[in-house]
Design a protein around this ligand. Sequence first.
Ligand SMILES: [Zn+2]
Length: 249
Amino acid sequence: MSEAKIANLEDFFREVPIQEEVTVELPSKGLLYKFTDGSNKLRIRPLSLGDEKAIATNKTLSVAETMTELLGRVMLNLIPQDLLLMDKLAVILKVREISVSPKYVTVGICTHCTSENTLNFPLDQLPLNQVPDDFSLPVRVELPICGTKGMDAHIILPRLSDEQYVSDAETAFDNIYRFVENIGEVDSKPLIREILDSDKFPYADAIAITKAMYGVEYGVQTDVKYECAACKGVNTAVLQINDDFFTGN
Ligand SMILES: [Zn+2]
């Protein structure tokens, strides 16, 4: 502590050890971004009380919108709308880890005996599945049915600005065409849309495309196996991001 008295805000925040910004390991490895500072890692800062207040007072936001608002505040070198949805959860978990605690304690109800178990998700130790080093856009998708005639598809990946198109499975099916660049030799957007909207397009192929869009192979593993303390039955708990995620424990 210096000799000088703290007389104003500036003095105070010179003395307080404000937590440093950190870089985030992403499922996409950051390969598909143009970071505004020319680096190759996403940088974030911890939440401040001001962020929390600004978000908490806006009651009209859904959980998804709240997260988007929050990400826009803490990401330092990426335009929020550009964030790939496959990376979103990894960033949210990192923000929680550096702003509140790497420990997230919640309750799991045993599916065998309905006992309550205290669960501890170590946010800094959840396994991360990352893309290969040569990952690039567009992503090639093998099609189980059309593929038998030698056709494949190439897609781009949804970003935060596309969230409304992939909010649930049904919505995603209606919007696949937005992300598909070609099916076999067809690369005309209106025709691609007609093909995908047609009730003849194979369901299996639509599933293959949406799986690739969601990047299901990549991301943070948020399911944790635990043994019930009461009956010793084995359960799987999945980390839920809800309104309380940034408060409490
Ligand atoms: Zn049990």
